[in-house]
Design a protein around this ligand. Structure first.
Ligand code: URA
Length: 209
């Protein structure tokens, strides 16, 4: 799908298989989410602009590359996005974090905002929204609507599993926002869960079921 990158690396695919397994423990699930997030972060930041600086090694002064521009912002959609944000921060320890609380109305499946706290200059930064499950796309679309409303123009979206209908909906609503996912599943059930999926990512991360 145009604008959607499925990161087919064997390490990621192996870890996704463990995530899908309903027998995987809460502690392993949480570590796997964090590890996959770190690997996805490597891919999503592949094209970041760089600049050349001078650095003094113990032997000589040399030109060296560093990432250009302001630190980027990771935006976990609460609460399931938190473990993904931890993995991204393992690789980008200086990134800023904006928290966005959305809950899903179980009748309409619409996303309702209950919390938003972001760096004041978020509009000047590259923003990566993280949510493990891109299911109907309602939360992702609402999150990106909210961030664009705050002036953000440079956005990327990262998830573990994308459902094809959700990825299509997000691409249609926000064609300027590229998506990275570890895997794509074809369908949703009548409750909006990804099938085969991995179940409720928040419950499996935090052991609330
Ligand atoms: N959210 C989840 O946690 N799982 C799904 O399958 C869909 C939405």
């Amino acid at each position: 799908m145009d604008g959607v990158t499925i990161v087919g690396h064997p390490m990621i695919q192996h870890k996704v298989t463990l995530l899908r397994d309903k027998h995987t423990s809460v502690s392993l699930f949480r570590s796997l989410v964090r590890e996959i997030a770190m690997l996805l972060c490597y891919e999503v930041t592949r094209e970041l602009p760089t600049t050349t600086i001078q650095v003094e090694t113990p032997l000589a002064v040399t030109d060296a590359i560093e990432i250009a521009g302001k630190k980027l912002v990771i935006v976990p959609i609460l609460r399931a996005g938190l473990a993904l944000a931890d993995g991204m921060l393992d690789l980008l320890p200086s990134a800023r974090v904006a928290h966005l609380g959305l809950y899903r109305d179980h009748e309409t499946l619409e996303a309702i905002e209950y919390y938003f706290k972001a760096p004041e200059d978020i509009a000047e930064r590259l923003v990566i929204v993280v949510d493990p499950m891109l299911a109907t796309g309602h939360s992702a679309i609402a999150a990106i609507d909210r961030l664009k409303g705050a002036g953000v123009t440079n956005l990327r979206f990262v998830c573990l599993l994308a459902a094809r209908p959700g990825a299509e909906a997000l691409r249609a609503a926000h064609p300027d926002v590229p998506i990275w996912a570890a895997a794509m599943d074809e369908k949703l059930n009548e409750k909006g869960y990804i099938v085969p999926g991995l179940g409720d990512a928040g419950d499996r991360t935090f052991g609330t079921r």
